[in-house]
Design a protein around this ligand. Structure first.
Ligand code: PGA
Length: 250
């Protein structure tokens, strides 16, 4: 059966020292194994130190991005192989901030997903509509195009290694959360798309996380739904007690 996962996304926050302090606090707070898988997504420079620090703990580490090229003359980029060499096991890809601010197209993301998989990283692939699209009731079309554009080229075996994260852009960092009903409705739709493409078993095994102003207060209501298998957490992942409260929702 699919896993429940709570994944943090630190974004561009925390110096190395602050990140080490937060990871240490989390490790101590989660000394008793929680009822879900826990992942923290950190900036590239934290990955090696944080992965080493969390070795043997129940917390997995994710990069927030990787390059769309394997290696070579791409100044400033960080490859999937480099990410994997730090001990990180996941890679967040297709986050709406990457799509909006760094021009990440379906094609670029397709390459990133392939490279992450080739390097044994599990992609947390983000999809979701912007406010205008939700207002025009186009959210289903949008997530379908995002899946078709970047991940429905994969074999069933490779698709099975992905975690999906539905993140309505209007809910990210805004304090506006999708209601549990709104989230469940589109999560069920996303799972039906996976089922149509790869069959029922792959769909049933696919973890679909919700992201967008998820916090200790609303997490339990969201996670109680049949098709919501956890959360991708931004703001509330930056403080140990806030993040722990979300984990404790399971
Ligand atoms: P938020 O961010 O929890 O701060 O809304 C979620 C995300 O962007 O992954």
């Amino acid at each position: 059966m699919r896993k429940n996962i709570v994944a943090g996304n630190w974004k561009m926050n925390k110096t190395l020292q602050e990140g080490v302090a937060l990871a240490t606090e989390l490790k101590n707070a989660l000394a008793t194994k929680p009822n879900c898988e826990v992942v923290i997504g950190t900036p590239f420079i934290h990955l090696a130190t944080v992965s080493e620090l969390l070795k043997g703990s129940c917390i997995e580490v994710a990069a927030e991005n990787c390059a769309n090229k394997a290696s070579g003359a791409y100044t400033g980029e960080v490859s999937a192989a480099m990410v994997a060499s730090t001990g990180a096991t996941y890679c967040i890809l297709g986050h709406s901030e990457r799509r909006a601010y760094y021009g990440e197209t379906y094609e670029i993301l397709k390459d990133k997903v392939l490279l992450a998989l080739e390097n044994n990283l599990k992609p947390i692939f983000c999809i979701g509509e912007v406010k205008e699209e939700r207002e025009a009731n186009k959210q289903n079309e949008v997530v379908k195009a995002q899946l078709e554009g970047s991940v429905f080229n994969l074999s069933a075996e490779d698709f099975g290694k992905l975690v999906l994260a539905y993140e309505p852009v209007w809910a990210i960092g805004t304090g506006l959360t999708a209601s549990p009903e709104q989230a469940q409705e589109i999560h069920a739709y996303i799972r039906s798309l996976v089922s149509d493409k790869y069959g029922k078993e792959v769909a049933e095994n696919c973890s679909i996380l919700y992201g967008g102003s998820c916090n200790g207060k609303n997490a339990a209501g969201l996670f109680a739904n049949a098709d919501i298998d956890g959360g991708l957490i931004g703001g509330a992942a930056l403080k140990c007690e806030d993040f722990k409260a979300i984990i404790d929702a399971f």
